[in-house]
Design a protein around this ligand. Structure first.
Ligand SMILES: C[S@@+](CC[C@H](N)C(=O)[O-])C[C@H]1O[C@@H](n2cnc3c(N)ncnc32)[C@H](O)[C@@H]1O
Length: 202
């Protein structure tokens, strides 16, 4: 994972604006697939009352994040924990800093860059960790609606890189959520044909 992701630099502020009104102070937030930590650094700097635990499947990515925080080059808020390894498909999720339970789960740009099992895995892991809210950001296909050409092209390029990857149908994501007791309570259109989704435990 590159040290700086240009898309993350562009989308971190629009995502923060949507998250701000939805996260209550003192929440323990588990971030899946944190990548370069750009989201975690930006959100924790602006929402100092949250406790934020970033995680990623890739040990290399986690170590790069740990080194970044240790290097002193990034402005780090006290509420940001160092990233730890976590595979969404390895249940239950081990999050020692939060005693394995958390209020919310946040995942950006994960569901289209991982095998389809990760969709149900996000809701299963969140449920086992007793999360009440799940926030998901990324591109999705919506049934019965015209799809932006940029997302069709992106989907084709993802599948070319890895046949298991691809933009998911929102209906399918909703079905997987419901199977674990979560309802899609908000769908917020975001720049560049992305969506911000909020799922709530019923
Ligand atoms: C495109 S990056 C997204 C990074 C960051 N969230 C962002 O939006 O900039 C996708 C990330 O998903 C992670 N990932 C893929 N499969 C995963 C899994 N099964 N469990 C946890 N993370 C996974 C990858 O290691 C990678 O860091």
């Amino acid at each position: 994972m590159a040290a700086i992701s240009p898309p993350a630099e562009r989308n971190k502020q629009p995502i923060l604006e949507v998250l701000t009104t939805r996260l209550k102070p003192d929440q323990h937030v588990l971030e899946l697939a944190c990548g370069t930590l750009q989201h975690a650094l930006h959100f924790t700097a602006n929402l100092p009352n949250l406790r934020w635990q970033p995680t990623d499947l890739s040990i290399e990515t986690v170590e790069a994040g740990q080194n970044l925080l240790a290097s002193g080059t990034a402005k780090i808020s006290a509420n940001l924990r160092a990233p730890i390894p976590l595979d969404v498909l390895n249940f239950p999720w081990a999050v020692p800093a939060f005693d394995n339970v958390f209020d919310s789960v946040y995942a950006a740009n994960l569901l289209h860059i991982s095998p389809i099992e990760v969709v149900s895995g996000v809701f299963k892991g969140a449920s086992l960790g007793q999360a009440r809210s799940i926030f998901i950001y990324g591109p999705f296909f919506l049934q019965g609606q015209n799809t932006a050409q940029s997302n069709l092209d992106f989907d084709a390029s993802l599948r070319g890189r890895n046949p298991a990857w691809g933009i998911r149908q929102l209906k399918y994501v909703e079905q997987q959520a419901q199977a674990q007791g979560y309802t899609l309570t908000e769908t917020v259109p975001m720049p560049a044909n992305n969506l911000f989704l909020e799922f709530t435990l019923q």
